[in-house]
Design a protein around this ligand. Structure first.
Ligand SMILES: [Zn+2]
Length: 249
């Protein structure tokens, strides 16, 4: 038996989330720290000690807080794509798809999910008995959307979304930005007769009016309401992505 772990989110900047995996002990794992100060304050208030930082990709709003966190906790591991060592220079442990990690008594698995960037990875925290898996997918899958294709192809994103969908409907999706309302307003324009999208949009708008996050989502909800994860082929995904990139709703 080990202490149950949970995931918390810290909203930072205009729409980023930093995630913290923590349990009953003092250890904590932080995912994609955009900035350091709010994360340090949050961990200190809870009496937590940083054991590791996980990075999904190299963009500054996912790695910018790591130097500050390492000043406060110099012994923390920094885990990131080995292939992206030049763009994520502080990493102490490079990983690739298929690698397994053990942190805070939990098993984590690394997935390669290129598309948003060429070396984007995701982390799956394997479920405990009776629980759901936790997915940290960075800017690959969003609630109601997907990341922009800065360095990858529609084929790559289609394949990446397919491997996330295969994690199963209960998997909780911790995506790194609060983009849900805009994504669903766009989707509701594309598919005005889609009742599942309309229902979810109303729920999300209520959460946002209350100032609450719409994260986590789960894979089953995305399969019902996310046009990108439902795209039949790369041509369809390319068309959706191009339309969303130009949408100014
Ligand atoms: Zn990004």
């Amino acid at each position: 038996m080990h202490a149950a772990t949970t995931v918390s989110l810290i909203p930072v900047l205009s729409d980023n989330y930093v995630f913290v995996l923590h349990g009953e002990g003092p250890g904590a794992v932080v995912v994609d720290p955009a900035v350091a100060e709010p994360v340090i304050a949050w961990l200190e208030e809870k009496g937590l000690e940083l054991e590791a930082v996980l990075h999904t990709h190299h963009h500054n709003d996912h790695i910018g807080g790591t130097p500050g966190l390492l000043q406060r906790w110099p012994e923390a591991a920094v885990i990131a794509s080995a292939a992206d060592r030049e763009r994520i220079p502080l990493q102490t442990k490079g990983v690739q798809g298929g690698d397994q990690l053990r942190l805070l008594g939990r098993e984590l698995r690394v997935l390669e999910v290129p598309g948003h960037t060429r070396h984007h990875i995701a982390y799956v925290v394997e479920p405990e008995a009776g629980g759901a898996a936790e997915l940290f997918c960075g800017d690959t899958l969003f609630a109601g959307g997907c990341g922009r294709l800065f360095e990858g192809t529609p084929e790559q994103m289609l394949s990446s979304l397919g491997s996330l969908a295969a994690l199963g409907p209960e998997t909780r999706v911790w995506c790194a930005h609060e983009y849900t309302e805009g994504n669903l307003r766009w989707a509701a324009e594309r598919e005005p007769d889609n009742a599942a999208i309309r229902t979810r949009l109303a729920e999300v708008q209520q959460l946002r009016r209350e100032g609450r996050p719409t994260i986590p989502s789960h894979i089953g909800l995305e399969q019902e309401t996310n046009l990108f994860i439902r795209a039949q082929d790369a041509a369809a995904l390319r068309q959706l992505r191009g339309h969303k990139d130009l949408w100014r709703g």
